[in-house]
Design a protein around this ligand. Structure first.
Ligand SMILES: Cc1cc2nc3c(=O)[nH]c(=O)nc-3n(C[C@H](O)[C@H](O)[C@H](O)COP(=O)(O)OP(=O)(O)OC[C@H]3O[C@@H](n4cnc5c(N)ncnc54)[C@H](O)[C@@H]3O)c2cc1C
Length: 530
């Protein structure tokens, strides 16, 4: 087993991770950063539309704070929202100093490429940060997949996992930052990177760290659903000529009585639109029609991005669907990004508390930036001057765990790829935009039989080792989401129960806590604390 030592280990190299790593390195510490695949690029950050919500000339800090809280529908941690809105602008200025082309808009800042550029804003952002990272002393560990955290008496001592070629490793680190993103990829319909499967939530739960509000998932209404195309989202600005059609050639949105400016709707009502489109898509296919869009618009972003594709977007309507986009739930942090485990910090989408029941568009990137920096500073402060304290018995514990992962058994097992598809379909059907008691119970029953199949997989090939871990992580998170959704008997923000369609402040102005204790998932509800 390869043994690595560092002061600060940053798990995850999206925006939150890179910003945190650079911050910790600037304090003069030895820092390492991982990615499930490449550094920076296999991330949701690289797919982002590049909009950062923040105070601007015409949008005050108070406006930003109030809108964020309004979308959170009472479930946000106000002190974290205050930090977000107070520090957003200063952090954006820092990003501009790095050379990121950010331009002021009405409610924040947008990453924009040069005239005619068809690069996704997230790619522009991440390329600049990756360059910055390469010029720093931060050590890069691409393809280093973390399987679990090692904790000794409530203090973090390291993490272990496998490189993509199957080599096991153990990183002994004084401090660890979890910046592993959300879990949108667990749904068959999602606009996330394939590798974003909630590993962070799963390893935290297994380490005894509680997770909050996992049942709150944001869905994005307009995502490509053509069978052979990747599920990319249609991002604003939308051309006014954009239309939606069902199989009968009617506009399914107009037919539902919704009259809206899609540009505004995508920021302020994406949950409502997703639910309505999901309902409509249960009855038949939904298409987006861009045939009426004039030529000049196809030369500009984002349509020039679609134009690059082999798919004839200009000639024929194409299938769209709502899709899983963002997880509001996650790990609890204090103002310094500290978690309940000493030496363990967290930032980015993996964190809970800022968005409450629903996220205001643009707040995810701002969150990564603001709390990514805080996590880097706090982890550096914690690690500074601290001694390494790895004992022989802790090392042995790590080696034992690795052996357990590699243990082979005889027999036949289901193809893990087929199981992955099955569990993702199950997630969409039972934990998608519309949930209700019967479906949630049915989903849990079906999950039990998938669990048995997953337990039977043994790592015959290196690939199976990773697939099995992905399946175990998805299973754990999905069990939590289904159970938590069953318990919450109301609808709030992005969370919709068909059988309880109204918000119920009297009984449900509460956060949900998920925890594993002696192998059992414990779910409880807590009144809002700020
Ligand atoms: C298509 C799309 C467009 C979006 N547009 C916007 C926008 O315009 N504005 C906005 O505010 N938000 C937007 N969002 C949301 C926002 O992009 C994300 O919430 C944010 O980028 C998450 O960043 P992160 O650093 O927390 O995680 P990510 O960028 O998702 O990175 C996670 C990292 O963790 C690593 N990782 C995960 N598991 C492991 C493991 N087991 N071992 C090692 N490494 C691991 C991954 O490989 C990756 O490096 C968008 C999201 C999507 C999907």
């Amino acid at each position: 087993m390869e043994e690595i030592q560092t002061d600060v280990l940053v798990i995850g190299s999206g925006l939150a991770g890179i910003v945190g790593a650079l911050e910790a390195e600037s304090a003069g510490l030895k820092v390492l950063i991982t990615g499930k695949f490449s550094i920076g690029m296999g991330t949701n950050s690289s797919l982002a539309g590049g909009f950062f919500a923040a105070e601007t000339t015409n949008y005050s800090r108070e406006d930003h704070l109030n809108e964020t809280l309004k979308y959170g529908k009472g479930l946000s941690q106000q002190r974290l929202v205050r930090i977000l809105t107070d520090r957003a602008r200063e952090c954006i200025e820092k990003l501009m100093e790095f050379g990121v082309p950010l331009f002021e808009g009405r409610r924040g800042y947008e990453v924009k490429g040069e005239e005619g550029s068809y690069l996704l804003p997230g790619i522009i952002l991440m390329r600049i940060l990756i360059e910055r990272l390469k010029r720093s002393s931060v050590g890069l560990l691409p393809g280093a997949v973390i399987f679990e955290l090692l904790i000794d008496e409530d203090r973090i001592i390291g993490a272990l996992g496998f490189f993509r070629d199957g080599r096991p490793f153990f990183v002994h680190s004084k401090a660890i930052i979890l910046a592993m993103g959300g879990a949108g990829g667990i749904f068959i319909r999602n606009d996330n990177q394939k590798s974003i499967l909630g590993d962070g939530y799963a390893i935290a739960l297994r380490a005894g760290v509680p997770i909050f509000d996992l049942e709150f998932i944001q869905f994005y209404p307009f995502v490509l659903a053509e069978p052979k195309l990747s599920s990319i989202i249609l991002i604003p600005p939308f051309p006014k000529e954009m239309k939606f059609l069902n199989e009968k050639g009617e506009d399914p949105i107009e037919a539902l009585g919704i009259k809206c400016d899609y540009h505004q709707a995508i920021i302020f009502h994406r949950d409502y639109l997703s639910i309505k489109l999901y309902e409509a898509s249960q009855k038949g296919d939904i298409y987006c029609d861009l045939r009426g869009v004039p030529d000049w618009r196809w030369e500009r972003f984002p349509l020039n991005f679609l134009k690059k594709s082999k798919f004839p977007f200009r000639q024929r309507p194409f299938l769209i669907s709502p899709a899983a986009h963002f997880f509001m739930g996650g790990l609890k942090i204090d103002d310094f990004c500290r978690t309940d485990i000493t030496g363990l910090f967290a930032s980015g989408e993996i964190v809970w508390g800022i968005h409450g029941a629903n996220r205001l568009g643009g707040n995810a990137l701002t969150e990564c930036l603001v709390f990514g920096r805080i996590a880097g500073q706090s982890a550096a402060e914690y690690a500074q001057g601290r001694e390494f304290s790895l004992t022989e018995s802790m090392k042995k514990r790590g080696e034992k765990r690795i052996k357990e992962y590699l243990k082979k058994r005889k027999g036949i097992f289901d193809n893990p790829r087929d199981l992955l598809k099955e569990i993702k379909n199950l997630a969409w059907k039972y934990a998608g935009p519309i949930r209700e008691e019967n479906l949630l119970k049915e989903g849990l029953n079906q999950l039990d039989s998938i669990q048995k199949k997953i337990e039977r997989i043994y790592p015959e090939r290196v690939k199976d080792l990773f697939l099995k871990r992905d399946l175990e992580n998805i299973l754990l998170i999905l069990q939590a989401i289904l159970k938590g959704s069953l318990l919450r008997k109301e609808s709030r923000g992005a969370f919709f129960r068909k059988d309880f369609p109204n918000q119920d402040d009297e009984n449900w102005l509460k956060n949900t806590s998920y925890r594993i204790f002696k192998g059992e998932m414990l779910i409880s509800h807590q009144p809002i604390s700020n």
